[in-house]
Design a protein. Structure first.
Length: 147
């Protein structure tokens, strides 16, 4: 079984998380930095997909608090389409509402220092872990119902 890569696509940073080979546990990867006005680092993500034997991707979909799509949602969908084309891997979307708040709460509860808690890269990586673990858990529940 191949791994799953989660992407928390942001304006300044891209949080990444990867599953174990069995697709059960999510773990963070280093956060990628985006430069304002530059193209997203698709080549870097493509390299990770190849090197880590990633078979599918899950992208956090930024919906409004009402569950509607926005201009940012359209940008994330366009990014995901490019990524799917470049990697030739299936891409799934997961509603990412509240993942940043959950990530910040998890970091606070972990007892990290103030400077660690304020590390936005850590928040983005943790949000990617939450997106991925949610996807993996939903997939496991779905598979167990079909057994």
């Amino acid at each position: 079984m191949s791994r799953v890569l989660a992407v928390d696509y942001g304006e300044r940073r891209i949080g990444l998380a990867i599953s174990d080979p069995l697709g059960m546990i999510a773990q963070p990867l280093p956060t990628l930095t985006r430069r304002r006005g530059k193209r997203p680092p698709i080549a870097e993500i493509e390299r990770i997909v190849t090197e880590r034997d990633v078979g599918e991707l899950v992208i956090g979909l930024p919906l409004t608090s009402e569950g509607d799509e926005s201009e940012w949602t359209a940008e994330v969908r366009a990014f995901a389409e490019k990524l799917a084309t470049r990697t030739a891997r299936p891409v799934h979307f997961l509603d990412e509402r509240m993942t940043s708040a959950r990530a910040e709460r998890a970091i606070r509860e972990a007892g990290l220092s103030r400077s660690q808690r304020q590390d936005k890269g850590l928040v983005d990586a943790t949000a990617a872990v939450i997106i991925l673990q949610t996807h993996l858990d939903a997939r496991a529940r779905s598979e167990s119902r079909h057994v």
